[in-house]
Design a protein around this ligand. Structure first.
Ligand code: PLP
Length: 357
């Protein structure tokens, strides 16, 4: 057995998750897996072999995907704000599909990725999502129209729209209202002589078997397809960028108990994994199902903490688990997404030192 902490990944489950989505959404849906969820090359290779494509957020992710074998035409650069050097390099490698949600981004793209296909990111409701992604990106409908028309004037090729309903989205209505908003943008652009042809549904599909009790993906798919069929011509390309749904259920994060202590009446258990090395999503109170090797033991309440010296590094302040001893294993179930992915999240490096003196 590997030394803890480690992330055990079941590639068969990744494959099954991909096939489920294809089956539920039909062949029309093109799956662009969001690499940020887990950029393990074996995960990427599994999806490539299934016929999948990728959504990339940085040059690091692009390089990893290219090394695995994804062609530039199988990548979308969905990060709405990209460093000029990254646009330049991505374009040089052959990537031609970029998200944007500001005039400044269009200006960079027109200079560094001239003629590329551009889709505008809309700001949409994230109500009912466990990990909301609102505020930082996205524009209102009228601004999306303005940006897409401007893209054309700047020598780019406006092709469509995208959005993100929030990660682990439990509210099916978010998709339908977002799809409606995209259709309104398509209509407004058509009235001004710009025909759009690409609808990117973004991420947000929930991981199943999760403590948040998500609605079945089959029901979500049915709702999405109904909304798409109602408002969009069958000739429109439909993409989706699932991250969490593809990989969460395929991963089990395995940790060990490294210490215990009594503090002010609470019993503390310290693991070799915590907020700084894999459990970042605890910050949004992401609920993991925990298992131990001794479910038969008497249960007790614990404060569960990570290994660092930082007091922020507490996983759960009040959790009931079978009695634990130093050396016992603790398993975080359905942890294949957004755990090891936070090691240089999105592929962005920590600053390098610049020595003086
Ligand atoms: C642009 C974009 N697409 C897709 C995703 C994947 O989202 P999820 O893992 O919720 O499917 C993200 C996540 O942050 C994203 O930013």
């Amino acid at each position: 057995m590997p030394t803890t902490p480690y992330l055990s990944i079941d590639l068969d489950r990744v494959r099954a998750n991909y096939r489920d989505i294809k089956r539920l959404f039909g062949e029309r849906l093109e799956v662009f897996y969001a690499v940020k969820a887990n950029r393990d090359p074996r995960v990427l290779k599994t999806l490539l072999d299934e016929g999948g494509c990728v959504d990339v957020a940085s040059m690091t992710e692009i390089r990893i995907a290219a090394d695995v074998g994804f062609a530039p035409s199988q990548m979308v650069f969905s990060n709405p704000i990209k460093a000029p050097g990254e646009i330049e390099e991505a374009y040089r490698l052959g990537i031609r599909l970029f998200a944007a949600d500001s005039m400044a981004e269009l200006s960079k793209l027109s200079k560094l990725a001239s003629g590329s296909d551009i889709y505008a990111r809309l700001s949409v409701s994230n109500k009912g999502s466990v990990w909301p992604l609102t505020g930082k990106f996205g524009v209102e409908k009228h601004d999306a129209v303005r940006l897409l028309l401007a893209a054309k004037r700047l020598g780019l090729n406006p092709v469509g729209t995208t959005f993100h309903v929030g990660s682990q989205c439990l509210n099916q209505d978010n998709w339908c209202s977002a799809i409606d908003a995209c259709a309104d943008v398509f209509d407004a652009c058509a009235e001004r002589g710009v025909a759009l042809s690409l609808l990117n549904l973004g991420g947000g599909l929930p991981a199943m078997e999760n403590m948040t009790n998500p609605p079945p993906v089959a029901a979500i798919a049915e709702g999405i397809l109904r909304c798409v069929d109602k408002r969009f011509d069958p000739s429109v390309r439909v993409l989706m960028e699932p991250g969490r749904n593809m990989v969460a259920t395929a991963g089990t994060l395995v940790a060990s108990v490294i210490g215990e202590a009594e503090r002010q009446g609470d019993h503390w258990i310290y693991l070799d994994v915590g907020v700084y090395n894999g459990l970042m999503e605890i910050h949004e109170k992401f609920p993991y199902e925990l298992r131990t090797d001794h479910p038969e033991r008497e249960k007790r309440a614990y404060v569960l903490a990570g290994p660092t010296c930082d007091s922020v590094d507490v996983i759960y302040h009040d959790i009931t688990l079978p009695r634990l001893n130093v050396g016992d294993r603790v398993l975080f179930m359905n942890a294949g997404a957004y755990t090891t992915g936070y090691d240089r999240y999105n592929g962005f490096d920590f600053p390098a030192p610049d020595y003086r003196g």
